[in-house]
Design a protein around this ligand. Structure first.
Ligand SMILES: C[S@@+](CC[C@H](N)C(=O)[O-])C[C@H]1O[C@@H](n2cnc3c(N)ncnc32)[C@H](O)[C@@H]1O
Length: 357
């Protein structure tokens, strides 16, 4: 991962730095408290349930880890016992075969890593996730943001055409700190470029080769903030444009947040062309990972309809279908109403179209 190095003051004034970090953490907690206070009773209840489920999940994971370790030890003991019961020749043959298998596996992994590196080296499209929204997220939302970032990375890694994914405001606080602390191996993520600066930025060249720096350097005119609230719609993705996604979760509390930000910064803005697709009618505001996945899929498919069909989750499609069912005329014959909404819709959008029209 290409990273702008953070200036370190730790060795000079550790005491002062600790005090400053504590102050920052306190500020953050205050702001999180403010964001939490803005939630409705239902949202708070939902968030408490989410935190409870998360704690349960953690303890389940811990249990699974211990189980895996004890299974490994058991298997090791079994192998040792098996080897003891073998003749010297048999043991030698077994060891040779085990070594061959291990080598084969290693070569496979190295081959995959090489292919992955080549794929990322070829990536041309730049996408930014703007992480400058810690102030308006609750702790649980920040956690979810980390989860969404994991999904973005997995999507980018799996994609036929990967992108260069830039994270801005990686200033060591809030979400950026959580990303580094909570994701093992985050620093080794490929195709990700982290920047201390907030938008708009004229990226300093620290940690970047000339070629990489030239992508961002003085390119404000190429920045396009993606926002569902924009009156402008993207028709095709342009390799020279740098698309920005607002890296936050707000459960629709902060309408127009990114549109206002783009306008204040004097950069272009646009929405994705998803509003005309029936499955998107329930809500045109996507999550960060959905938005990212649509961009990545579109790079490969170059066809918005196929892109939406492939990247919009079944859940969202089903929700839209339920809405459609509720809207359906009362005279509709029972045979026309699908019993399994999920299935009826996922089987084809045409079935779904029939329902309301
Ligand atoms: C959960 S949304 C945040 C919504 C927020 N109210 C706002 O003002 O953007 C996260 C981000 O996904 C992107 N996004 C979501 N839906 C979009 C759409 N239909 N078109 C373009 N970008 C979208 C935007 O960049 C947005 O900031």
């Amino acid at each position: 991962m290409e990273t702008e190095s953070m200036p370190s003051t730790a060795s000079a004034v550790p005491e002062k730095q600790r005090e400053k970090e504590n102050e920052d953490k306190k500020d953050e907690r205050d702001k999180e408290g403010e964001a939490f206070a803005l939630l409705s009773h239902r949202q708070r209840k939902k968030m408490k349930r989410m935190l409870f489920n998360r704690a349960e999940k953690l303890s389940r994971k811990e249990k699974e880890k211990t189980e895996r370790k004890s299974n490994r030890l058991k298997r090791k003991g079994e192998i040792n016992e098996m080897l003891l019961n073998m003749s010297t020749d048999e043991r030698e043959a077994w060891r040779k075969e085990a070594f061959r298998k291990k080598n084969e596996k290693l070569k496979e992994v190295q081959k995959k890593e090489k292919e992955m590196k080549e794929k990322f080296a070829k990536a041309k499209q730049n996408i930014v996730i703007d992480l400058d929204f810690d102030d308006i997220m609750t702790p649980a939302e920040k956690q979810s943001m980390v989860k969404q970032m994991r999904i973005c990375y997995a999507v980018n890694k799996k994609a036929k055409i990967s992108t260069r994914l830039h994270l801005t405001s990686m200033n060591g606080k809030g979400t950026s700190r959580d990303l580094r602390e909570k994701i093992d191996g985050f620093e080794n993520w490929q195709g990700i470029y982290t920047h201390d600066n907030s938008l708009p930025f004229e990226i300093e060249r620290r940690g970047m080769t000339d070629n990489e720096a030239s992508i961002f350097f003085k390119r404000k005119k190429d920045l396009v903030y993606l926002t569902a609230d924009s009156p402008f719609e993207i028709s095709t993705l342009n390799e020279n444009d740098i698309y920005i996604i607002g890296g936050f979760i707000d459960r629709n509390r902060h309408k127009m947040k990114t549109l206002n930000k783009a306008e204040a910064l004097g950069i272009r803005h646009a929405r994705l062309p998803i509003n005309d697709f029936p499955q998107m009618k329930s809500s045109s505001v996507l999550t960060v990972n959905q938005c990212f996945e649509i961009l990545v899929t579109q790079l490969e498919m170059n066809d918005w309809k196929q892109t939406i069909e492939r990247s919009v989750p079944r859940r969202k499609i089903a929700a839209a279908a339920k809405e459609k069912l509720a809207e359906a005329p009362k005279t509709m014959t029972a045979s026309k109403i699908p019993i399994n909404v999920d299935k009826a819709v996922v089987d084809g959008f045409t079935d779904y179209g029939e329902l309301s029209d």
